[in-house]
Design a protein around this ligand. Structure first.
Ligand code: PBG
Ligand code: ZN
Length: 324
């Protein structure tokens, strides 16, 4: 007890770094990238200042720059030239992602390439898979075959890891079986295992051109109010064969992250577009210190249990961490 016990002793400037419990490393960070097949020049994303849609022939250069900044993983999203009701451009040879994977493989083979496996950027209705006959909901079981086809096409192009994100029941099992059957038993699955139906995805939908024309995603993404269901979702994905789990969004869901860590698998957290936009907007107004807030947010996400953090701040954060 006080006065013998004095916690401030360990807060002296020289001692603090020695007793710090959590360190964020550049190698913890994964950068999301948007490749737009319709572009010839990078195009700024207005709701995500500092982020761009990248044309296909620019992607390898961007990935090289990230690698040189210390980033060791990227996750790719594609914006195709053509969309249809079944998202067929998501799994064609020579599609936007398949080409991007190949060019990154050639130019920056050291970079870990993760691909987002979902159809919302490729369907004309903007939902994540195939719709039921009345057009009102995702048809779960029909969409599973589509996800398997997308994952196989990414693996064939050379993806190091596939990341199914559409919250279908059974998607990890379906993708694992398909990968194994096609000779990709060494390709890991990073499952968006606990993905909430969050209002923080708004800027992403501008970035990825995936605004849905009807309904919303609340019949497949999770209710933000539910923690026990969140745990079950990730537990079931681990049983279906996921190699890495994910909680998305990150900052408002740290309690979930902490619990899911107890499943024993590596856990990724996705600091989503809305989290990025809020920090950027306040920083651009001079209301907060961007660098300090970003590093604090990443440190707290890691402290809560994330091994990997997917963040649009990856490149800047890697530089700031290097300066420290
Ligand atoms: C698509 C997908 C989304 C995000 C990642 N993959 C959007 C959505 O589900 O509506 C969101 C990422 C972000 O907001 O940064 N399934
Ligand atoms: Zn989707």
């Amino acid at each position: 007890m006080f006065p013998e016990t004095r916690l401030r002793r360990l807060r002296k400037r020289k001692i603090q770094p020695l007793v710090r419990e959590t360190q964020v490393l550049a190698t913890d960070l994964i950068a999301p990238l948007f490749i737009d097949e319709t572009l010839r020049e990078p195009s700024p994303i207005s709701s995500m200042p500092g982020q761009f849609r990248i044309p296909p022939d620019g992607i390898a250069g961007v990935v090289r720059r990230l690698y040189d900044a210390g980033i060791r993983g990227v996750i790719l999203f594609g914006i195709p030239k053509t969309k249809d009701s079944t998202g067929s451009s998501a799994h064609t040879k020579g599609g936007v992602i398949q080409n991007a994977v190949q060019s990154i493989r050639m130019e920056v083979p050291e970079m870990m390439i993760i691909t987002d496996v979902c159809a919302c950027e490729y369907t004309d209705h903007g939902h994540c898979g195939i719709l039921t006959d009345d057009g009102m909901d995702l048809d779960n079981d029909q969409s599973l075959a589509l996800m398997a086809d997308i994952a196989i096409s990414h693996a064939e192009a050379g993806a190091d890891c596939v990341a199914p994100s559409c919250m279908l029941d059974g998607q990890v099992k379906a993708i694992r079986e398909a990968l194994d059957a096609q000779g990709f038993s060494e390709t890991p699955i990073l499952s968006y295992s606990t993905k909430f139906s969050s209002s923080l995805y708004g800027p992403f939908r501008e970035a990825a051109d995936s605004c849905y024309s009807c309904g919303d995603r609340t019949t497949y993404q999770m209710d933000p109010a539910n923690a026990r269901e969140a745990f079950r979702e990730s537990r079931i994905d681990s049983e279906e064969g996921a190699d890495i789990l994910m909680v998305k969004p990150a900052g408002l869901y740290l309690d979930i992250l902490k619990e899911i860590r107890s499943l024993g698998l590596p856990v990724a957290a996705y600091q989503v577009s809305g989290e990025y936009a809020m920090i950027k907007a306040a920083a651009m107004n001079g209301w907060i210190d961007e660098k300090k807030v970003v590093l604090e947010s990443l440190t707290c996400i890691k402290r809560a249990g994330a091994d990997l953090i997917i963040t649009y701040f990856a490149e800047d954060a890697a530089r700031w961490l290097h300066e420290k």
